[in-house]
Design a protein around this ligand. Structure first.
Ligand code: SF4
Length: 248
């Protein structure tokens, strides 16, 4: 069975050479400081809703949880000055979150992992940060984003998760949202049947292309600056030259 995640789809669509490094050659990638801090913030929010009683949840409790986890990870974040800058960023995200959202609600699921067969050959897989219930009984899936908000929001990832959840739970997804924790924005869609059917058709077609791909051409652009495989990329000299010319 071919296991397809939203990340796998995104990587293939953006750069097939990166896809080869990541999913075919399975080269190890060292997590960036952003990845480390993102994982910490996700774990803090998960444990806050999972282990702190609703009436005890407040801003300071959230910061205490963050700081407890911080000690174990801080050594992976460079110099003391860099570590402090990352800590302040994470703390600001948590404080912003606590001012903007209802801390007392009880989510239906936290970081639940799903595997959902959608054809004879393809299974969708993924972990959903948080699942809430709307007042009308519909589902609201939430994905936390800890990096800077990108110029274009990835609607396909939210549809992918909605397809997975509806198939698995036999319930309607009314809303699917990104919580951009750095900016304090919430960006939502209300997926329709047609959009989810189209999203599944596209995902299955891309999975077929993944299986049939042999050349794995590179797609060079500004996204290369954040690629985990830049150090080993066959195009790194060309990319370095482009970065110098264009200043990114
Ligand atoms: S550095 Fe750019 S071209 Fe190279 S694998 Fe990564 S995304 Fe692709």
């Amino acid at each position: 069975m071919f296991k397809l995640s939203a990340l796998r789809l995104r990587v293939f669509r953006r750069c097939r050479l990166r896809y080869k490094y990541q999913y075919v050659d399975r080269l190890p990638a060292r997590p960036s400081p952003q990845d480390v801090v993102g994982a910490l913030v996700h774990a803090t929010l998960r444990d806050f809703f999972a282990h702190v009683a609703g009436h005890e949840r407040d801003e300071e409790r959230l910061i205490i949880l963050l700081n407890e986890r911080w000690q174990a990870l801080a050594f992976r974040l460079g110099s003391p000055a860099e570590r402090e800058a990352w800590r302040q960023r994470a703390e600001a995200q948590m404080r912003r979150f606590s001012h903007q959202h209802d801390l007392s609600l009880q989510p239906l699921a936290l970081e639940a992992y799903y595997e959902v067969p959608v054809s004879e050959r393809v299974t969708l897989i993924g972990r959903i940060d948080r699942l809430d219930e709307e007042p009308d009984g519909g589902l609201h899936l939430i994905d936390y984003k800890t990096g800077d908000r990108p110029p274009e929001v990835d609607v396909e990832q939210l549809r992918f998760y909605a397809i997975m959840l509806e198939r698995k739970l036999s319930r309607s997804v009314r809303r699917a949202s990104y919580f951009f924790l750095e900016e304090g924005d919430v960006w939502s869609i209300h997926p329709t049947r047609e959009e989810l059917a189209e999203g599944l058709t596209r995902a299955l077609a891309t999975a077929e292309n993944m299986v049939g791909e042999h050349d794995f051409p590179a797609t060079i652009g500004r996204h290369c600056a954040g690629c985990h495989y830049l150090g080993v990329c066959a195009e790194r000299d060309k990319i370095a030259q482009l970065r110098q010319e264009e200043g990114w």
